[in-house]
Design a protein around this ligand. Structure first.
Ligand code: EPZ
Length: 422
């Protein structure tokens, strides 16, 4: 196993380049099931989740070759391969994104139910009920979702709750369905729009992606294409939260600024100075003095739940009291106990954490619990008065490309070492 050893107190200076968005790349890779042929997907982030998705696609008859940040995929159109096995799904819940495309393209799919994870139960009932409404016969047995439908039928789907991968699953399935599908209360995240863009390039007829109402007119077939994945707004927000907390001045390249309004507003309120140079480049300056700010996570374009732990880390030494409300997941405060081990002053009541800024807190041996919390722990380590050892960083490696290298290039004192910890 490995751990990160972080020494605090360094300010951050220099240039950082944002990688492709994990949560756009995953559905985009799933979309390669929808048509035979060769794909060249560029700006792929080098992450464990991408490796897992590539392995899943291989079991479905799609070979791949990674060259730098470009993934070359070839779909040989083997319509008999329909199963997505538990041993891979258990490491990545986003495997559920394969259900819609396999069913739409092959008429049958057998996908392991994704387990829950640290942040919540993570049900997929909305995915299943939408496909049933489109004519699929779905049984759930032995931990697998088994779906059969020769040809899905377009219809009106009213999502009871906004679900990102639920929207993406049905969006992909609807491209090959018969007739028109209307998705109401659809997720409007930019990653949904990025997926729609490659589907349209493949020949799909889609209107309204990025809005709560998406209209898809099914087509007989699609074609393989080349595509570039959008940059990762959460990775970008993570670096901006870090420099807000440590102080310093960083220039961020490949930043998806237009999709980060809520994040940028909250960090500016906390004292970060932003100089936006063009659509994808900004310079962020911080004195290290942080003002307390209240945030509430919500669906896009609100403050993203995936930035909650990182933002809370930036509030740990803020001047005043901040409240952080988590409205998307039922258990996304696992990082609070770790921050408190470092001496942070946080009180959680229901879905709200009240953070009283403290002048000092120490490093500690802390443990990552989920992907974004692990990034929050790193930020906390960067502003602690002494060394922090962060274990279970396999969570971090699922969603951040060479995170500690990018941070040390900015002057952070952080290194990855072998660890006997489990
Ligand atoms: C996506 O997860 C992201 N993952 C998550 O990012 C992100 O936190 C989440 O959206 C919210 O923005 C990917 O895109 C791969 P949801 P998803 O379905 O789609 C409930 C990360 O760090 N719900 O939008 O699984 C659900 O329990 C990850 O990269 C149902 O009740 O999230 C939750 O409370 C973590 N039934 C809410 O909806 C369903 O069928 C939103 O979940 C589906 C969801």
């Amino acid at each position: 196993m490995e751990k990160l050893v972080v020494f605090g107190k360094n300010r951050l200076y220099g240039d950082v380049y944002i990688s492709g968005a994990k949560n756009a790349a995953l559905p985009i890779l799933a979309a390669t099931i929808l048509s035979e042929g060769s794909y060249q997907i560029s700006n792929i982030p080098l992450l464990n989740d991408i490796k897992t998705m590539s392995k899943l696609l291989f079991t479905l008859g799609i070979t791949h070759r990674l060259e730098g940040n470009v993934l070359h995929l070839t779909n040989n159109g083997d319509d008999k391969l329909i199963e997505v096995p538990y041993d891979l799904v258990k490491t990545m819940r986003a495997s559920i994104l394969l259900l819609g495309p396999i069913l739409a393209k092959k008429g049958e799919a057998r996908v392991s139910l994704p387990g829950g994870c640290a942040i919540g139960e993570r049900p997929v009932d909305l995915h299943i009920s939408a496909l049933e409404k489109m004519g699929a016969t779905i049984t759930v047995e032995d931990g697998y979702i088994h779906a059969v439908c020769k040809k899905l039928k377009g219809c009106v789907i009213d999502f009871e709750k906004v679900t990102v991968t639920g929207t993406e699953n049905i969006l992909m399935a609807a491209t090959l369905a018969e007739g028109r599908t209307v998705l109401n209360n659809a997720a409007t995240e930019p990653e949904v729009e990025d997926l729609a863009n490659i589907l349209i390039k493949m020949g799909a007829t889609i209107d309204g992606a990025g809005t709560p109402c998406i209209i898809i007119d099914g087509v007989a077939s699609l074609k393989s294409v080349d595509y570039e994945v959008m940059p990762d707004r959460i990775e970008c927000g993570t670096f901006l939260a870090a420099v807000t907390a440590t102080g310093g001045k960083i220039k961020v390249h490949n930043a998806p600024i237009s999709s980060m309004t809520a994040i940028l507003n909250a960090l500016e309120e906390a004292g970060l100075e932003l100089d936006i140079e063009d659509d994808n480049t900004l310079t962020a300056t911080s004195s290290g003095y942080v003002k307390s700010v209240d945030i509430e996570t919500s669906v896009y374009p609100g403050f993203p739940t995936d930035m909650q732990a990182q933002f809370m880390a930036a509030m740990l030494k803020a001047d005043g009291v901040s409240t952080v409300s988590e409205n998307i997941f039922e258990n996304r405060f696992m990082h609070v106990a770790e921050y408190k081990r470092m001496g942070a002053d946080i009180n959680v009541e229901g879905d709200t954490a009240t953070v009283k800024g403290v002048k000092h807190f120490t490093g500690a041996q802390i443990m990552a619990s989920d992907l974004r919390a692990s990034a929050g722990l790193v930020i906390a380590g960067l502003i602690a008065d002494s060394e922090s050892d962060i274990s279970r960083i396999y969570h971090l490696d699922r969603g951040y490309e060479t995170f500690e290298k990018k941070l040390s290039n900015l002057g952070a004192d952080i290194k990855r070492v072998k660890s006997e910890d489990q």
